[in-house]
Design a protein around this ligand. Structure first.
Ligand SMILES: NC(=O)c1ccc[n+]([C@@H]2O[C@H](COP(=O)([O-])OP(=O)(O)OC[C@H]3O[C@@H](n4cnc5c(N)ncnc54)[C@H](O)[C@@H]3O)[C@@H](O)[C@H]2O)c1
Ligand SMILES: O=C(O)[C@H](O)COP(=O)(O)O
Length: 529
């Protein structure tokens, strides 16, 4: 029987044609995604679901998706898909990482001009017959400081356009290497510096726990008087209420928003202010971008459904059916080691070395390396996938080195060691897979430890001094953070020590700060796997 695909969002018709050419049955219902009950009712009939941002692929929808094998996102952001739930169900989630980047960057630039010259209000006034020539005094873009928060695919294109417009472009992005910044002609700065200097601030990060509210009331208050703010990335990056207050007080001269905390945005704190320009999530809406993403997603989904080939998957590497069972536990290990490193480092990565020792060295290590790199990058690049991760790393000037050795440490049949060198320091983490198929962390920065990987953990490095463990454990207990497992290691008596603690539930920032303040503590990091 031919595979069946449901298109539940307004994709270009180009996708329908590709599916049919590839022998796939298509049901094209462009508005269905907005009706979650109807979607839940029929999703069980389909092998593939092609979407944009209006369809929310929740765990409830996935529960009903008894035949679903692949979700294809014609676009970049997959924050409308419950990825862990999809992965748990074995549903591949694919996106099209570059297809709409130029178009979205152009929309940000268009919004910057709209703000600088108040084009929407001037248009409304002129067409109302008012001819208010003196009311709409604009500002020049030339020589102004453009502050880019998030200089990835879209941010880089905005940077290039900004440089072309003779702006002074500065960027805050922890993952931006100095070499890449130089290539783009942008000055890499810290966030506070950007806030203080930018005449226009444009956001181009994914929405992650780290970027949520990045323009908080506190940070907005640090901006230069007369700043204009553009958000074409994701609702939730900016505190909309705080921004409205600063627009009302005249501190912020204008704001242009394409994305909102609640979408569709029927009402919003920014609405109604004369210096606010809004569009209804139109960043990717050009015929060129929509054709690109529709063709690409239909090709990728067809390849998977008819030939089992996986590309641009957010939650699975590209591997064949025969390789899968052997690789799977090591893929999980490589991803977790990478995720640990990605969560612990806080400056630009220069080099990643992955050493495979013993039996694991005989497997397809490219897929393992891709998983490790995706794990490292994912805390910062939410939508990176195992296919794009090596290319993204290369583009950012990160050197990837793979070393394979036949013999492992005598204690282990297989060993993977990940070493990440950044601008400022070097971190290493090693792990193995036990007979239960589960990943174990066996060393951090050459200090031996033995810890299973748990959903929520706290990593602490400290001086090996008496009394620390007791103080640390009581602090967690007093904060009602329950310890599930506790792994310790040290290099020598009185030297450096580490703790990797599995806890039940989240660790509030205030508790991490209290741990940080304990005598001898060097680093504290709450980790999510
Ligand atoms: N409005 C729209 O219609 C539209 C269209 C396309 C994409 N988008 C959104 O734009 C965003 C960016 O897309 P992209 O393709 O450029 O992604 P990308 O992954 O290429 O780039 C994101 C950049 O953000 C940086 N970053 C991550 N965390 C950061 C932090 N805490 N502080 C500063 N920088 C940080 C990363 O290092 C990376 O360089 C995504 O959220 C995407 O969904 C919106
Ligand atoms: O992440 C994306 O690709 C954009 O937000 C585009 O969303 P859309 O496909 O719903 O326009």
């Amino acid at each position: 029987m031919a595979p069946r695909v449901l298109i539940s969002d307004a994709l270009s018709e180009a996708a329908v044609a590709i599916f049919k050419e590839r022998g796939i049955e298509v049901d094209f219902q462009p508005d269905l995604g907005k009706d979650k009950d109807k979607l839940a009712e029929i999703i069980g009939q389909f092998d593939g679901l092609a979407i944009r941002s209006a369809t929310k692929v929740t765990d409830k929808i996935l529960e009903k998706a008894t035949n679903l094998k692949v979700v294809g996102r014609a676009g970049i952001g997959v924050d409308n898909v419950d990825i862990p739930a999809a992965t748990a169900k074995g549903v591949i989630v694919m996106n099209t990482p570059f297809g709409n980047s130029i178009t979205t960057a152009e929309h940000a630039i268009a919004l910057m001009f709209a703000l600088a010259r108040q084009i929407p209000s001037a248009d409304a006034s002129t067409q109302a017959g008012k001819w208010e020539k003196n009311k709409f005094m604009g500002v020049e873009i030339t020589a102004k400081v453009l502050g880019i928060i998030g200089c990835g695919n879209i941010g880089s294109i905005v940077a290039e356009r900004g440089v072309g417009l003779k702006m002074r472009v500065i960027a805050f992005d922890p993952f931006l290497t100095p070499e890449r910044a130089l290539d783009l002609g942008v000055e890499k700065v810290e966030l506070d510096d950007l806030l203080a200097r930018a005449d226009f601030i444009t956001l181009h990060t994914p929405l992650t726990p780290q970027t949520k509210n990045i323009l908080s009331a506190e940070n907005l208050a640090k901006t230069k008087k007369g700043v204009r703010v553009i958000n074409c990335a994701r609702g939730g990056l900016v505190d909309e209420e705080a921004l409205r207050k600063l627009l009302d007080s005249g501190h912020v001269a204008g704001a242009a928003f394409d994305v909102f905390i609640t979408e569709p945005a029927k009402e919003n704190p920014l609405f109604g202010h004369p210096n606010v320009v809004c569009t209804p999530h139109l960043g990717a809406s050009t015929s060129e971008a929509q054709e690109n993403v529709a063709l690409q997603v239909a090709e990728q989904m067809s390849d998977y459904l008819t030939r089992g080939a996986i590309s641009n998957a957010v939650n699975f590497p590209s591997i064949t059916a025969e390789e899968a069972p052997k690789l799977k536990p090591f893929i999980a290990l490589a991803e977790k080691l990478g995720s640990f490193a990605g969560q612990v480092i806080d400056s630009a990565i220069k080099k990643v070395t992955i050493t495979y020792e013993g039996e694991v060295g005989q497997l397809k290590i490219k897929a393992l390396t891709a998983s490790a790199i995706a794990g490292i990058l994912r805390p910062l690049l939410a939508d990176v996938n195992v296919v794009s991760a090596p290319a993204v790393a290369k583009e950012r000037g990160i050197v990837i080195d793979e070393v394979s050795r036949a013999a492992a440490d005598a204690d282990y049949e297989s060993l993977i060691t990940l070493t990440v060198e950044t601008d400022k320091s070097s971190h290493s983490i090693a792990g193995t897979v036990f007979h239960d198929g589960k990943p174990r962390i066996i060393a951090i920065n050459d200090i031996k430890i033995d810890a299973a990987v748990a959903p929520v953990m706290i990593y602490v490095s400290n001086e090996d001094k008496p009394g620390f463990i007791g103080r640390f454990a009581s602090l967690l207990g007093n904060a009602s953070v329950n310890i599930a497992t506790f792994a310790l290691g040290r290099d020598r008596e009185g030297g450096s020590a580490i703790a990797l603690v599995e806890v039940d539930g989240a660790v509030p920032e205030s508790v991490q700060n209290e741990v940080k303040a304990l005598p001898g503590v060097k680093k504290v990091k709450a980790l999510a796997f």
